[in-house]
Every structure is written in C-alpha cells, then in structure tokens.
Design a protein around this ligand. Structure first.
Ligand code: GDP
Length: 443
C-alpha cells in the first residue's frame, strides 16, 4: 500500500540533500516532486495545490534545528502536513443521547458497503454495543441475502421486509424495531448503483429525512483515487455525510482517496477496511497512515528528538509563557515528553529535595496519571490544545475526547479544570507565591 507514493516522495527529499538549509530557491525542486508524487497517487488537484503551498510556507518558516539536515526536516514537515490533511486525530463513531444510534451507510455498488455494514456491527458488538442491521437494498435481491448471511456469521440480527417492500419504509420500521428491542445501534445498509444516479440519491435523501441518522457514512473504495474525491463531493453536497469508511486499504491503494476525502468534505474518515473478512476493520488514525505513506520512521524520530532538545533550550520561553498564564496543552505535552525522555517519573522525583519520601505506590500512581493526561491530550485537536478554554465551554468537545481516549467525560472535565488551576498556580509560583498542590491531576 502507498508504495509508489513513498518512492516518489523519496525523490523529493533527494532534491534537498547536500544543502545547508532550506531556502526559497532550493525548495522549489523538492516541492515539484511532492506535487508530482501526490498527483500520481491520484490525489485531487485542489488538495495537492493546497498541500504543496502549506508545505512551502511551513518549510520556509521552519527554524533550523542543529543536527538535522534540511531534507530530514522536510520529511518531517510533509509528514505533519499529511496528518493535518487527514484530520489530525481519530474521530470515533457518534453516539445518540438516547438509543438507538442510527448509522446510515451510503456509497456506490461494489465499494464494500454491505461488508462494511457487517464489519461495523461486529466492531460495535466487541465494544458491547448491541446492533441491528437493516437491509434496504431491494433492487439486488442477493444484497439482502448477503446481509443475512453476514448477520448469522457475526451473530447480529438483520431486519428486512423482502425485496417487494419500499426501502424508506424498511428503514423506518428497522429503526422502530431497534427502539422496541432496546438496541444500541442500528446500521442501515442502502442500495448502491454503479454510478451516481438521481433515483439513488433521492431515495437516500428520503431515508435520511425519515430516520434522522446520527451518522451518514460514505463508503469509499480507496483504490479509486480522483473518482473518490468527486464521489465524496457529490454525496456530501446532496446528502450531507458525517464521515467515511475507506475500504480495500489492504490492496494496492495509491493513497489518493485517503488524502482527499477529509479536505473535500470537511468530514473525517472514521474507519478503514483492510480485508474481505468481517474482522478486517480498523479505526482510522491519520498519524499511522501518514507514517505508512512515508515509511521513514527513523528520520521522523531523529527530527523529533532534535526538536525536543531544542525545546529544552526553549525553557526560558516556557517560563515566560507560565508567567503570562499562556501555557497550553501543547506545552504541557512537550513537558511530559521531556519527562519521559529523562527516564521514569520516579527517578526524577527522587532527585528533588523533599520528594524522596514518596512511596513507590505514590510514584506509580503519579505515572499512571500522567499517562492518562497524555492520552486525553492526544485526542484533542491542535486548536483545543492551544486553547484549553474551548474545552471548558463545550461538553460535546469533551465528550469526543473522552470517546477518543477511552476515558470518561468527567475525566476530561477534571483534566481541563485541573489544568486551568495548575496554570494559575504556576503563574503565582512564578511570582514567588507557593500555593498547595494537593490533589493535582489525582484520581
Ligand atoms: P457493496 O456492493 O458496496 O455492498 O460491496 P460488497 O460489500 O458486496 O463488497 C464488494 C467486494 O469487495 C466483495 O468482494 C468484498 O469482499 C470486497 N471487499 C469489501 N471490503 C473490502 C476490503 O476492505 N478489502 C478487500 N480486499 N476487499 C473488500
């Protein structure tokens, strides 16, 4: 997967080898290579243009890091841009306030929609959420049978009314049934066509109107590249999607679809299909995909390490931020990383006078707390990390982070309020006052 794209990008780094630093003139060849690489990977043209221009701005604005060559730094910048284009963090499936959560599956025929319906049901079942699958594709009789067979295989019930019933009516009754049976999530498989067609869109729109889904997931075949971009655009414009499932990522996907969907629709890819089996579904993590596209783990680590060292030199800046109470979650995460690089928390704490009396138990508890904080912060968007106040005012953001990190909404709430408390305390400490720190980030 993504092999060709990775090879092509390799050519871009080469253009910068042997240079002392990135400059307006020497970067042009490298950017041209990136552009070609993406176009050959079948990424949508507008997406490519924006991508290249962002990389250019970032590369020219990047500080020189000692110990890092310009080509290595360029790899890192492209990596970060790949992550940004794909959406930064994994966005989990929406959950309705009151059951059932209704998920509407949309997409063309042959993209893997029916398979994805079953895969999603199995995924949710593993999370202890009960499911009902609804078969509304009455045009292809085999489609209903296919869903029934899959349902048996994964032990998830299927609601159907045969192939003479009206698809809208099937969907409506399916949701009613889920409600009556106390089912958590109902996933509606819909009819696909080989191409976008007015009747299919009209039917989908009516089903959406009727069942008011919490999610409309567009199933996109990752092998289709440019076509996927057009498809996403049309579906989003006419139906309004809330996310996508990218299928057949186990095949020889060139990468185009993975990079276009989010930019085109503003909606995240939530899952990827990585095989024909029902188990072959994974949550979509932009960071992992970006790393796979580049396949340059060692360079990325090297630049990160060097950046961290430079950050140490930035300690003064950090202090200023603290004094002005501008310290944000990004800074906090940096500090956590530094702590980790320096060894275990226990080791460090023991070096601090007065802290050496902490028991191993207390130290272990501290480390667990820090890990919790870290995974919650990692589920925040860049914007949220920079502006923690966004989180104190938005329960839906806190809920999303809770789901993304696997903690409770109240944990996220506590992290945010503790953080704000810590920030003002640090500010006071910086001014020479030392308030107590009891209970900070504790259980
Ligand atoms: P639908 O017409 O959109 O409902 O598509 P189906 O669910 O019937 O899938 C079409 C074909 O794609 C089937 O042969 C599936 O086994 C295959 N398929 C679906 N998802 C994946 C995937 O993630 N990887 C691979 N390799 N094949 C898949």
């Amino acid at each position: 997967m993504f092999d060709a794209l990775a090879d092509r990008l390799e050519g871009a780094w080469k253009k910068l080898r042997g240079q002392d630093k990135i400059s307006q003139s020497n970067i042009q060849d490298a950017l041209r290579e990136v552009r070609r690489a993406l176009l050959e990977a079948d990424v949508n043209l507008q997406v490519v243009k924006d991508f290249v221009s962002e990389v250019e701005t970032k590369a020219l604005g990047a500080e020189v890091i000692s110990g890092v060559r310009p080509d290595q730094q360029f790899v890192k910048i492209v990596h970060e841009q790949l992550i940004e284009v794909m959406g930064d963090v994994n966005v989990p499936l929406a959950e309705a306030e009151t059951s059932p959560t209704v998920v509407l599956m949309a997409g063309l025929q042959g993209t893997g929609k029916t398979t994805a319906t079953a895969k999603l049901a199995l995924h949710l079942r593993k999370l202890e959420r009960s499911c009902l699958m609804v078969a509304t594709d009455v045009y292809r009789p085999a489609a209903i049978d296919q869903l029934i067979t899959l349902g048996k295989q994964i032990e998830v019930p299927v609601f159907e009314l045969g192939s003479d019933a009206n698809p809208v009516e099937i969907a409506r009754q399916g949701v009613e049934r889920a409600k009556a049976d106390g089912i958590d999530t109902v996933i509606i498989d819909t009819a696909g066509r080989l191409q976008i067609d007015t009747d299919m869109m009209a039917e989908l729109a009516t089903i959406k109107e009727t069942v008011q889904p919490n999610e409309v997931l567009l199933v996109v075949d990752s092998m289709t590249g440019q076509e996927a971009a057009t498809l996403t655009h049309t579906f989003h414009e006419q139906i309004g999607i809330t996310g996508a499932i990218l299928t057949k990522m186990d095949g020889d996907s060139r990468g185009g679809a993975a990079l276009s969907v989010r930019k085109i629709s503003g909606q995240p890819i939530k899952f990827v299909g990585v095989g024909e089996k029902v188990e072959a579904l994974q949550p979509f993590y932009p960071e992992r995909i970006a790393s796979r596209i580049l396949g340059m783990g060692d360079v990325l680590t090297l630049v990160e390490k060097a950046q961290e060292e430079m950050d140490l030199a930035d300690a003064e800046k950090m202090q200023e931020k603290i004094l002005e109470a501008k310290f944000d979650f990004t800074d906090f995460l940096k500090q956590l990383k530094l702590l980790k690089n320096m060894g275990s928390l226990g080791g460090i704490m023991k070096m601090i006078p007065g802290m050496n009396k902490l028991t191993n138990d207390q130290l272990e508890k501290g480390e667990t707390q820090l890990k919790r904080c870290e995974s919650m912060i990692r589920s925040m968007t860049v914007q949220e990390r920079k502006n923690p106040d966004l989180l104190s005012s938005s329960p839906s953001r806190r809920r999303r982070i809770a789901r993304g990190s696997g903690y409770k909404e109240s944990d996220v709430g506590k992290l945010v309020s503790d953080f704000q408390r810590m920030r003002s305390m640090m500010q006071q400490m910086g001014q020479g006052r030392f308030p107590g720190m009891d209970g900070m980030f504790g259980g």
